[in-house]
Design a binder for this molecule. Structure first.
Ligand code: GDP
Length: 424
């Protein structure tokens, strides 16, 4: 069976933890989109890890990790990550890299940084991992596909063509050093050496695995609201964050995705710019940020403080709907245990009217949150393993959210560890 694990919100919902947990029963874990720009934090028997490119299932020796064709493959980052986990005692993972994945080049990162610099105060808050330039090139058909590393004639011709085009921008728009096709060729040769042992037709591999009845997890990066089509465009990422894209970015039939586990966080956080209706500021935000996640809400890639907010039913309902949710995993609920009262955003007031449907960006920017305040439970719920044992007000919070978003919360995560989970 194929299951997708995806985010309902702006990312950082705890997909890594849920994937790591579900990977115990899985055979194959596939990354199908995104690149090294966002990270997953995972805490398990080996310690605490921040992964950017490897799927969250790499810590088990029974799983195979697949980097799907939809991923922005940063080969040096991938290898650094493999080395880091091995150095810390994790057995060498079984890794397969799609021959149709495309490669993040060093110039993609440079272009990312140059563009942020050019935009100055109007920048997107990119992590400068090269993701937007990478996907632009992919769709402009000037990207390098892993398979092309094995066609020397093609490479030699293509590096010249690509450099020609890039150098116009480097010279005239950015006034930066130009690319030398020879250097690009050398860079690609380095990547070839590194990636060669892992390359295969991963879609064919998954096709066989489905036939054999293997358990496959598709692991999403970021969340619905960062999707380029259905998110807060243009403050989005450059590849689709939706479960539906799992079919494309992994190369499996859409009808094989039987479960969509949408990870939804019990409060809100976001990185980067863009409308964030239930955002909070000052001491209130600082306290939630400090207590949030595991050791505070700071970016796994950049260490940047995340923007904080109360739970947003409008955004989360939409986030779950666009994913095609079958199950909601409601995470980091334990963090809210310090609050006397917990505001929840239940509607947006836009130009004098209240709506519970998530609007496009130009209206979102005008939205004022409508809050309902629920009583807190004022205790630590970590360690609780059954739903019945949760404090009454905590159950009320879960059930209130479930009713507002309209999708079943079948898992409640009450701590960062693998076992901190309550099934309903
Ligand atoms: P991802 O990108 O969706 O995987 O999310 P991140 O890993 O960036 O952020 C989630 C953070 O919350 C990580 O530091 C996790 O260890 C932590 N986390 C996940 N689930 C829980 C939970 O239920 N409770 C607490 N306190 N922390 C959690």
């Amino acid at each position: 069976m194929v299951k997708a694990v995806v985010g309902a919100n702006w990312g950082d919902e705890g997909k890594g933890k849920i994937t790591d947990m579900l990977a115990k029963e899985a055979d194959i874990i596939v990354r199908f989109q995104g690149g090294a720009n966002a990270g997953h934090t995972i805490i398990n028997d080996y310690g605490k890890f921040a992964l950017h490119t490897l799927p969250s299932g790499v810590f088990y020796d029974h799983t195979t990790s697949v980097i799907g064709n939809g991923v922005a493959l940063d080969i040096p980052v991938l290898f650094h990550e493999i080395q880091t986990i091995i150095d810390r005692g994790v057995p060498m993972p079984k890794i397969l890299v799609s021959d149709r994945a495309q490669i993040v080049m060093s110039y993609h990162k440079d272009f990312d940084a140059y563009e942020e610099e050019r935009l100055g105060g109007k920048s997107f808050g990119s992590t400068k991992s090269g993701i937007a330039p990478f996907y632009s090139d992919k769709y402009a058909k000037i990207g390098f596909q892993v398979s092309e590393l094995f066609d020397d004639e093609l490479l030699k011709e293509k590096v010249i063509r690509v450099a020609e085009q890039k150098n116009v921008l480097l010279k005239h728009l950015y006034q930066k050093p130009e690319l030398d096709p020879e250097d690009l060729y050398k860079e690609l040769q380095e990547y070839k050496k590194m990636v060669e042992p892992y390359v295969c037709d991963t879609a064919l591999y998954l096709h066989q695995a489905i036939k054999e009845g293997k358990e496959i997890l598709l692991e999403g990066q970021l969340g619905t609201l960062k999707d380029p089509d259905h998110g807060i465009y243009p403050m989005v990422t450059s590849s689709s964050t939706l479960a539906a894209f799992g079919a494309i970015g992994a190369g499996v039939p859409p009808y094989e995705i039987k479960k969509v586990i949408t990870v939804c966080k019990a409060y809100s956080s976001a990185v980067g710019a863009g409308a964030f209706v239930s955002e909070i500021f000052g001491d209130e935000a600082d306290e939630l940020r400090r207590r949030g996640g595991d050791g505070g809400e700071f970016g796994a890639t950049t260490g940047r403080p995340r923007r904080m907010g109360w739970f947003d039913c409008v955004a989360s309902k939409y986030g779950c709907r666009m994913q095609g949710t079958t199950d909601v995993a409601f995470t980091v609920l334990d963090v809210l245990g310090y609050l006397d009262e917990i505001p929840v955003c239940v509607g947006y007031e836009i130009q004098g009217e209240v709506t519970t449907e998530f609007p496009p960006t130009h209206l979102l920017e005008k939205a004022v949150p409508v809050y309902k305040t629920l009583p807190g439970w004022k205790c630590d719920i970590r360690g609780i393993r059954t739903y019945e044992e949760l404090p009454e007000n905590c159950k009320n919070y879960i059930e209130f959210v479930e009713k507002e978003i309209g999708y079943p919360i079948t898992m409640v995560s009450n701590g960062p560890g693998r076992d901190d989970i309550i099934y309903r």
